[in-house]
Ligand binder design. Structure first.
Ligand SMILES: Cc1ncc(COP(=O)(O)O)c(C=O)c1O
Length: 430
């Protein structure tokens, strides 16, 4: 039994003055709602005295865990030199050079402060470049919370081509140019181009659909999307806010060997600091140089976040970092699957080693958002609660993030927790 009375009291106090008690709506789904006083490496310490192995990574950014000496040193050095300039500094040049060195086909970048903002910048670049308005996005993909793109993230209707707003307060007029399609279906994408001839500015996608059950792209799908974009004159956009600096140093571009027109980065890019970027071939940014459009932000290129990003990337670039990270994830996946099998629980994992999803009740890996709906959400939550009671902090919907600082020790703790938690899901007949 996991008890957190201090966190419960803190939430009650927060709810008096902090609207809804939390600072981002999605955090309400991570129950019980916990308060943390510090974090170190792969461990989170809550205000009730629990030490938790963290596989949430702050929803992805903590690719080097917390309190990492390289990030701390870089940020501390920068603190003494200035917090923000709203002007130019060497760090942004260095980081732009670094990203263009590690991300295949990225020749230039621009910076923003969050993934949501950077996605908007990419959409604007696509529209200004093509002179068209429509953006295709796939069901179940998440690209931030803006009205034009937070559409069909968790659709309830039966028609995948019918865009559905994510929340209240999203007027139809703001997503009238958003076209939706099912993931992993090139025929469906072809229909979108056919229905909106000469109108589609860009196609945006999470190359690995981590936000909806880590559905992997089927063989040839991503390459097929890029080809169609080229054929119809639309800008292809990988939203790499999760996959960037996670699947590989060069993100999904390197992992899948593909070069879309634009990639959007965030989260792991700065190891926990608020920085995002859009990268692509230089010609994709002509529209900024010739004044067809612009991109702004008081905090763009913030020197503290830039310093954190340089330290993060240089640390990630050390030999075998990604090999170890993926190996850790695959060992977790194997432990989960073995435990499920030995307790007669229908279960599978899918995704990569560095980010994967665990599904109860599925017989085969889901191909798209709609197939993830067949998974047993109640068992998934029950398992998460049992893991928490055994010292492992996980995100909802079975999502696991692995960092470069998770070691054999945490693997052992997690494996023991799995051995205790999985039988709580075991069928009654077992
Ligand atoms: C794929 C993807 N794109 C964009 C975003 C939005 O990023 P941010 O939360 O930094 O605004 C997220 C956030 O989870 C994401 O997962």
């Amino acid at each position: 039994m996991f008890e957190a009375p201090n966190s419960a009291a803190a939430l009650a106090r927060a709810s008096q003055k902090l609207a809804n008690g939390v600072s981002s709506g999605l955090r309400r789904s991570v129950t019980p709602i916990l308060y943390f006083e510090r974090a170190d490496g792969p461990y989170f310490y809550d205000i009730d005295g629990h030490t938790l192995v963290d596989y949430t990574l702050g929803w992805g950014p903590l690719i080097l865990g917390s309190n990492h000496p390289a990030i701390n040193a870089a940020v501390t050095r920068q603190l003494a030199c200035g917090y923000t300039f709203g002007a130019q500094h060497h760090g942004e040049i260095e980081l732009a050079e670094l990203i263009t060195r590690v991300a295949p086909g990225v020749e230039q970048v621009i910076f923003s402060s969050s993934g949501t903002e950077a996605v908007q910048a990419a959409i604007r670049l696509a529209r200004a470049t093509t002179g068209r308005d429509k953006i295709v996005k796939f069901e179940g993909h998440y690209h931030g919370w803006m009205n034009n793109i937070h559409v069909s993230h968790r659709p309830r209707g039966n028609d995948p081509f019918q865009p559905e707003p994510g929340f209240g307060g999203q007027p139809v007029s703001e997503y009238q140019h958003t076209v939706t399609a099912p993931w992993n279906d090139l025929g469906a994408l072809e229909c979108c181009f056919a229905q909106h001839p000469g109108q589609i500015a860009g196609v945006i996608m999470e190359p690995l659909l981590v936000n909806s059950g880590s559905c992997e792209p089927t063989r040839g799908f991503l390459a097929g999307v890029l080809k169609k974009c080229r054929r119809y004159g639309a800008v292809s956009i990988f939203d790499e806010v999760i996959t960037g600096f996670r699947l590989a140093l060069g993100g999904a571009r390197e992992y899948y060997g593909l070069e879309p027109d634009l990639s959007v980065y965030g989260k792991a890019l700065a190891g926990g600091f608020s920085l995002a970027a859009v990268g692509g071939r230089s010609e994709m940014f002509d529209v900024l140089r010739d004044g067809r459009t612009t991109h702004g932000g008081s905090y763009n290129g913030n020197p503290i976040c830039i310093a954190a990003a340089i330290a993060t990337i240089n640390t990630l670039a050390q030999p075998d970092t990604f090999k170890r990270m993926h190996a850790h994830g695959h060992a977790l996946r194997a432990a989960l699957e073995k435990a499920a099998q030995s307790h007669g629980v229908q279960f599978l994992t899918c995704g990569s080693g560095a980010a994967f999803s665990a599904h109860f009740g599925l017989a085969k890996p889901p191909r798209d958002y709609r197939e993830t709906l067949a998974a047993d959400a109640a068992d998934c939550e029950k398992f998460r609660a049992a893991m928490l009671a055994n010292g492992i902090y996980l995100l909802p919907e079975g999502r696991w993030y692995v960092s470069a600082v998770h070691s054999e020790r945490e693997l052992e703790i997690a494996t023991k927790a799995i051995a205790v938690a999985m039988p709580t899901i075991a069928p009654a007949t077992h």
